[in-house]
Design a protein around this ligand. Structure first.
Ligand code: PMP
Length: 451
């Protein structure tokens, strides 16, 4: 019997403290998933719903992809676990090389982790250690951005820009500053792809550097498209400007591509789409199609090579995880990358994106819809907040979508986020947009104005 067939008893519901969830409310009427296939989830109440968020922005190839399941089954019967501490197994090396081939030119080195949070903390640590390895220990400052989500490690919440995640835990990392976020509804609402206005927001980096001594700054980290805080595509030219400023001052640039990596935007990485190569890229989620935890930090040769200068017998970086390069995760990742590239799923993501965009923008003019923004197969529909509290409007729409329209979407603040598997077809896009249209219309209040 699969574990998912075991009913959740009241005691078991109580036992699991669910992450990022209002536990007491959820457990009054729990919604449980018991199966999955392709674009769909099977719910415990017998309903099948279209998964328009790809699990949690990760199941890019669709659920239970046969290639990935087969690879994992084959691997578990040959090698279950092998450490990567001073011993190795071939799959981790092969996968690293494969990732290097997919990465922007010049990024040929990979450090394996188990999650996005670990990738972020790893990248920040590598950035700090890189400067030290080059004899530049004065560089200790890190610069993040408002409305950034970089996972839940102490490094990630320090550079992250979500007030509640920061204020709950007392003092965080020293020497962290934040750029302003790039959302500008007044000038950019209903933009398609990169909004036209806001490149000057990158100049705030120069202002921060003027405030501190730029020679004390180690790295700048941004999501090329902020995801969990509402899907915020970068203003045109913004990322390039950040790159120029970082170059000018010897500062490393990190792109957190935990969501945008592996085809979500129709290219291997957001770095490819926007034509800006960072020094480090953090990944996770889509790397294994969500089938098993894994993350990876990709880096430019120059970053890696700075650690390879001293004694050959010493450990180059005092960092790593028991499960770095786990065999099962490597097998899942290799099969996932095959699906993305050899089976053409990234090309499919790019091919479907224009229709997705076209349909989503028909929601403009509905009551309470104050913005639609999108890039690739990633989109946000921002709703006018309701008086009873932030997020309540989007939660009502999301609830209606799953209950009435059979479509699972995600509410992040007052934005409905969409991040469907790349395998979706036009009819699925239609179903998602029809269900949103109905949900928005039927939950509308007289106070919801049309934009
Ligand atoms: N960075 C970004 C940009 C993310 O979107 C996420 C997860 N949503 C993370 C980091 C953290 O990933 P994880 O939950 O796997 O730790």
């Amino acid at each position: 019997m699969a574990l998912a067939d075991t009913p959740a008893s009241p005691a078991s519901l109580d036992a699991f403290w669910m992450p990022f969830t209002p536990n007491r409310k959820f457990k009054q009427s729990p919604r449980l998933i018991v199966g999955s296939e392709g674009l769909y989830y099977d719910l415990a109440d017998g309903r099948r719903v279209l998964d328009a968020i790809a699990g949690l922005w990760c199941v890019n190839a669709g659920h239970r992809h046969p290639r990935i399941s087969a690879a994992m089954k084959a691997q578990i019967d040959v090698l279950d676990y092998a450490s990567s501490f001073q011993i190795g197994h071939p799959a981790a090396f092969v996968l690293a090389q494969r990732l290097a081939e997919m990465a922007p030119a010049g990024m040929n080195h990979v450090f394996f982790t188990n999650s996005g949070s670990e990738s972020v903390d790893t990248a920040l640590k590598i950035a700090l250690a890189y400067h030290r390895a080059r004899g530049d220990a004065a560089r200790y400052r890190l610069i993040g951005r408002e409305r950034a989500y970089h996972g839940v490690g102490f490094g990630g919440i320090s550079v992250g820009g979500i007030g509640r995640q920061r204020s709950t835990f007392g003092p965080l990392l020293n020497g962290v500053d934040h750029l302003p976020h790039t959302l500008d509804l007044a000038r950019n609402a209903f933009s398609r792809g990169e909004p036209a206005h806001g490149i000057e927001k990158a100049d705030a980096l120069e202002a921060l550097l003027a405030l501190h001594d730029p020679s004390t700054v180690a790295a700048v980290i941004v999501e090329p498209v902020a995801g969990s805080t509402g899907v915020l595509p970068p203003p045109r030219g913004y990322l390039r400007r950040l790159r120029e400023i970082c170059d000018k001052h010897g500062i490393l640039l990190i792109f957190d591509e935990v969501i945008t990596g592996f085809g979500r935007l129709g290219t291997n990485f957001a770095a490819d789409l926007f034509g800006v190569t960072p020094d480090l890229i953090t990944t996770a989620k889509g790397l294994t199609n969500g089938a098993v935890p894994m993350g990876a930090v990709l880096m430019r040769d120059e970053v890696h090579d700075a650690f390879m200068q001293g004694s050959v017998s010493g450990i180059e970086l005092s960092h790593g995880y028991t499960y770095s390069g786990h065999p099962l995760a490597c097998a899942a990742a290799m099969a996932t990358l095959d699906a993305y590239t050899q089976d053409g799923l990234i090309a499919q993501s790019a091919a479907t994106a224009p229709y997705f965009e076209e349909c989503l923008h028909t929601l403009r003019g509905l009551p309470g819809v104050i913005d639609v923004r999108n890039v690739g197969l990633l989109a946000g529909i921002e709703l006018q907040p309701w008086a009873e509290g932030a997020g309540t409007h989007a939660q009502a729409v999301a609830q209606h979508c799953v209950d009435q329209g059979g479509v699972l979407v995600r509410s992040v603040g007052d934005t409905i986020a969409l991040s469907p598997p790349f395998t979706l077809e036009r009819r699925h896009v239609d179903q998602i947009v029809d269900s949103l249209r109905a949900a928005i219309a039927q939950t509308a209040r007289p106070t919801d104005a049309a934009a």
